[in-house]
Design a protein around this ligand. Structure first.
Ligand SMILES: CC(C)(COP(=O)(O)OP(=O)(O)OC[C@H]1O[C@@H](n2cnc3c(N)ncnc32)[C@H](O)[C@@H]1OP(=O)(O)O)[C@@H](O)C(=O)NCCC(=O)NCCS
Length: 170
């Protein structure tokens, strides 16, 4: 399948149930619970092929004294993976946030090789919550410590993926 047949667009109300179904197909129940909950308070882009929802990404801008673009859950239907859809979703999410944020942040489990490679291929560095906290504090974030960062963006996975937007390079 060619990537040009895939359309990336904002989630429409009529597609919410399809995204919920996709989330339950992709994630175990614990993660599915949080990903479904996030539908209500995150921006969501979907990847569509004709009328089928084959992927999604959740993100939002969080103000920590500086604006941070937080990428939360994303997923692509197993039969549509390795065709560039995941990468296209991250790039489009970044485009939505890039005029307003100092950096982009995501997290994943240390054994999630697809996510680690995907984000590294887009210029993200892999770091710890402690180091991410220090980097954000140096950028001007108003944070007490790494736990404050995890609490404020409501994220907690093993490995942090961080990319500065425009001004600085890590
Ligand atoms: C992570 C995920 C969204 C990637 O979606 P995708 O559409 O397959 O990703 P892409 O085709 O855009 O891949 C982009 C790059 O990521 C890396 N990658 C993706 N899948 C990979 C795999 N199975 N093994 C190794 N690297 C992989 C590669 O570097 C790839 O580039 P390449 O194909 O040019 O080598 C998908 O694997 C998925 O839905 N996983 C289950 C859900 C999940 O873990 N979500 C993340 C936590 S919220």
């Amino acid at each position: 399948m060619e990537l040009c047949k895939v359309e990336i667009c904002e989630l429409e109300r009529k597609h919410v149930s399809k995204v919920r179904k996709l989330i339950r197909e992709i994630f175990p129940s614990w993660h599915a619970y949080y990903a479904e909950k996030a539908i209500n308070n995150h921006k969501i882009l979907v990847a569509k092929i004709e009328d089928e929802i084959v992927g999604f990404i959740q993100f939002k801008i969080v103000n920590l004294g500086i604006n941070v673009g937080h990428i939360y859950y994303m997923g692509v239907k197993p039969e549509y993976r390795r065709r560039g859809i995941g990468r296209a979703l991250v790039i489009r999410a970044e485009e939505h946030m890039k005029s307003k944020v100092e950096c982009f942040i995501a997290s994943t489990q240390e054994d999630n090789i697809p996510v680690l490679r995907l984000f590294k291929s887009l210029g993200y560095v892999c770091t710890t919550w402690r180091d991410a906290y220090k980097i954000l504090r140096d950028l001007g974030a108003d944070l007490e410590d790494e736990y404050d960062l995890m609490w404020r963006i409501y994220d907690y996975d093993d490995v942090v993926l961080l990319k500065l937007n425009r001004r600085l390079k890590i």
